[in-house]
Ligand binder design. Structure first.
Ligand code: PMV
Length: 331
């Protein structure tokens, strides 16, 4: 039996614009996790099916949180979990027909809420399988397998979710380039407030695409302005007082409103947080529903948390950005 977990994530700055080549900053959120466990079938002896197996019917995906258990052979063609299993077996040089196991997945990450639930579940699947088959893999290889599953979920993903979740550390990300870890000079606290409204990223990303096609110049200007905010935020996070991020968060949120991905619920949470003393607040992820992030000083955290609940937040997570640092391995 092999088990692996993967964290959720938040985008600090730069969502949506990142799909169009602008930079973005994201960080893992370890308070929520997806977990995958491989249970070998009694038919499997010494890592292989003794009787030759019955093709992919011997491999089962048990996604009990989603209320579904199905065999790999029966999986829908666009099932991201099945794709994660198939691509990982390919990567390990293994044939699905020669193996028999059940992979059980569970997750505490709310789906369609901007916390990277899909990428985390698929990352946990890849990691549990490579552990089961004792096949070492780099973080960036995990990220590239999960990127294929993200395409099924998101249409045209930038690659930021799979990268930050597979690397499990804060990243400065530009689509198509190797991710860079970012330095956090002084750790800072964010409250993550869930509107409780699921909002599939594929829809908001598709709507932004339609807006961009209708008004390419206006949207390009908005994306470029978001890119400038991201670069300024990166400097502040590295070298300055993190309180200075507050106005940048408010600015990024306004630009996301202009792009059309905020909602009355997210705007109400942002206003409640700032009225209660948050230094800044913005939506995080695909938008419309999902989560808002608010920057808080230790002395105002409790008050802001209470105001967010009062304004409709169904769940709050407090996360410290920059409490650990490591290096992204590119091998
Ligand atoms: O998965 P979400 O909702 O955090 O959205 C990912 C961020 C987007 O920029 C909206 C899409 C992408 O692929 O980068």
């Amino acid at each position: 039996m092999s088990t692996a977990s993967a964290p959720g994530k938040i985008i600090l700055f730069g969502e949506h614009a990142v799909v169009y080549g602008q930079p973005a900053l994201a960080a893992p959120v370890t308070q929520v996790q997806a977990t995958a466990t491989v249970f070998p079938s009694p038919k499997e002896r010494g890592g292989r099916v003794a009787d030759g197996g019955e093709a992919e019917g011997e491999i089962w995906i048990d996604a009990r949180d989603l209320g579904r258990t199905y065999s790999l052979a029966q999986a829908e063609p666009h099932d991201p979990l099945a794709l994660a299993v198939r691509l990982t077996l390919d990567r390990c040089g293994l044939s699905a027909a020669s193996h028999a196991f059940t992979i059980r997945v569970s997750s505490t990450i709310p789906p369609a809420s901007g916390l990277g639930s899909g990428a985390a579940v698929c990352t946990a699947i890849v990691r549990a399988l490579v552990a089961h088959f004792r096949s070492p893999i780099s973080n960036l290889e995990v990220a590239s397998i999960v990127f294929e599953t993200e395409k099924l979920l998101h249409g045209t993903p930038s690659g930021i979710d799979n990268t930050v979740i597979a690397c499990e550390q804060p990243v400065y990300f530009i689509k198509g380039r190797p991710p860079q870890p970012f330095t956090v000079g002084r750790p800072f606290t964010l409250l993550i407030a869930d509107t409780g409204l699921p909002s599939p990223t594929k829809i908001t990303v598709g709507d932004v695409r339609a807006g961009f096609e209708r008004e390419p110049e206006r949207f390009s200007r908005l994306f470029a302005e978001i890119g400038r905010i991201v670069n300024r935020a990166r400097e502040i996070i590295a070298n300055e007082d993190p309180a200075r991020l507050g106005p940048l968060m408010a600015h990024n949120h306004r630009l996301l409103q202009d792009i059309g991905v905020s909602s009355p619920e997210l705007d109400a949470l942002a206003e409640a947080a700032t009225d209660a003393g948050a230094l800044g607040a913005k939506l995080s992820g695909g938008g419309r529903g999902g989560n808002l992030i608010a920057l808080v000083a230790p002395q105002t955290a409790a008050r802001v948390g209470a105001a967010l609940r009062e304004a409709g937040a169904v769940r709050l997570i407090s996360t410290l950005i920059g409490h650990s640092s490591s290096v992204i391995s590119h091998d």
